[in-house]
Every structure is written in C-alpha cells, then in structure tokens.
Ligand binder design. Sequence first.
Ligand SMILES: NC(=O)CC[C@H](N)C(=O)O
Length: 363
Amino acid sequence: MKAFTKKIVLENGREFYGYGFGADREAINEIVFNTSMVGYQEIMSDPSYTDQMVVMTYPLIGNYGMADEDYETKTPTIGGMIVREYNDSPSNFRYTKTLNEVFEEHDIPAIWGVDTRALTRIIRDEGTQKVLITDVATPRDEALRKLGEYVMPRDMVSRVSCKKRWMSRVPNHKYDVVAVDCGIKYNIIRLLNRVGCNVTVMPYNSTVEEIMAFHPDGLVLSNGPGNPEDVTPVIELVKQLRGRLPIFGICMGHQLISLAYGARTFKMKFGHRGANHPVKNLVTGKLEITSQNHSYAVDVDSLAGTGLTLTHVNLLDGTAEGVECAADRVFSMQYHPESASGPQDSAYLFKKFTKIMEEHKNA
Ligand SMILES: NC(=O)CC[C@H](N)C(=O)O
C-alpha cells in the first residue's frame, strides 16, 4: 500500500489519513456531509458550499468526470471535498475534464481514502465543526492550534455574488424576472428560462431603484453561502418590495424573506445536505423528495404573527421547508426546487411563480 500524503484534523482532535488530490495546499473550512448518490459536479460548483469541506457519503466519486454543461457556477468556491474512493478515469462520453483537474484549476484541496462513514457519524453526533486539511507530517498539536485560532469568514455572499448585472434570455419570453444573486445556482436560471422568463441577474446589494428600473414582473432571491442574518441588503430589499411584486425565494432567499417578515433563523446541528429529503406540502398533502443544502433553518414558532404561513415541512425533523404570504404574492422554499442534482418533484414551483406573475400583471 502506498504511503498516505494528506490528513484531515477535526476540532475535536480526531485525525483521518488519506491521499491528496486537487490543490496541494493547506486549508481550514467547516466540515459538512452530503448524502447524494450522484451530483458531485453540481455540489462542487454550488456557491452555497463556499468555505465548506464536504464529506461525500457515496463511496465512489469522479467516475463520470465533469461535463461543461453541468456546472452550477463558473468559479467554484467550495472549501474542499473528502471522499472514500476517487476515480480519475471517467467513462462518460460527455466529460471534458476530471474532478481532479477542476479542483487543481480552482485551487481547491481534496482528499480520498478516508473512512467517510466514521467521519459522517462524528459530524452527525457532535455537529459541524472546523477541519484542517494538511500534509500528513503536520504535528497534531500544530493542527489543533491553527484550528483554534482560525475564525471562519462571514462575508461570503459579497464574495460570490456577481459584481455586474448579467442576463439570460429566451426567444418570445413572457416574463421579465430579476434574480438577486447571493451565489445563484445556474439551474435556477435555466428553469426560469424554461418557463418563459428573461432573467436579469443582479448583485446582492442592488437598490430598489436599480431593480425596478428593469420593470420586473417578479423577483427571485437565490441560494447562497453563510448565515442569512449577515445578508442585510437583501433583507432590506424584501421589506421594501413585499407587496409590490411577486417574490420567489430559494434556500438563502427563503431565509431572507422569513427574516424580513420578522421570523427568526437558527443554525442546525449538522444541516441538511442530500438529494433524498422527504418534504410534505401542507397545502396539497403531497410528499416531495427534495434536494437540500443548508445549515440554517427558519424557526417554525417564530412565524406566528408575521403574515407568513408554513406551506412545507421536513418529514425527518419537522423543520420549515416553505412559507408563503399569499396576499403579497411572496413564497419561498428552504430546499432546492431547481434540484441539480436530485429529484425533480418540486419543479412545479417555477410554474407557480409564473402563475402569480400572471395574476400580478392582470391585477
Ligand atoms: N443553499 C443555501 O442557500 C444555503 C443557505 C444558508 N447558507 C444555509 O446554510 O442555511
């Protein structure tokens, strides 16, 4: 057996040895786990994973390579990836690069050969924590000192949001939508295009005047990394625009709508990350299998008196998965109706958005 080259050290002192791939550098991130059986490309390019080191519980990663059409952003900011077995010889005819090459290109460190089951149990039992990926020779004491001193950054949305507005348009469009970019996943834009929307993607700190200058039929608030309480420009935006035009929030966008209406958010022990989370639609009684990626959640009890009603609930732990203020034509989901990756049970929500934009136009 060849000698280990890298290791990861957790805040609790546990070490796991393995082999480095991607960028050959040290990094400190927050460790989280994802239970999706496919979708490592969408995960590695989802901006909501900024500064997070993702443990993939599925044991084989890399085997279908990376395809140009499947990125969720052009410039991945994921902290890193921890996998059981990495396969560097993809067999998919669509692949253009290997995962290792893309990690190298974007200076993202990764490690394979790790007992990801044991690691995931630690995160599940003790919660998310800081992790150091480093050379196998780094003394444990030095690693723990670095972890202790490191303060996780809080300005992540400003890092991943676009700096200039950009557009994604379709022929014979029916609706003009402004998407506020907190770290938007491309599949949100693709699915809006598919239901007839021209999308103008705008920086997260755009003003009401800048947004209204495009005469949008509706506003989308995107997913994004970090604590929603830090994203005050978008919370302010919702306070000013609620009732003036339809608003559809996704993940971070859902948390920001809830905060703007006066509800509270809290950080969960280890979050929800995977492509198989059961959610109940309380309006129809139907169950959806959903794609998820979040650490924070809206406190269900704090919704009372805000004007928002709970529309969707997580069947694993009862947390809030969707809220709505029908009078304002505002609704939002904690999970990812755009999937990428994951089941497409929730794509109906994009049609719901066009329906309320239609009602707003005719009102
Ligand atoms: N995907 C997201 O938008 C995540 C939202 C937020 N960063 C959270 O972790 O809860």
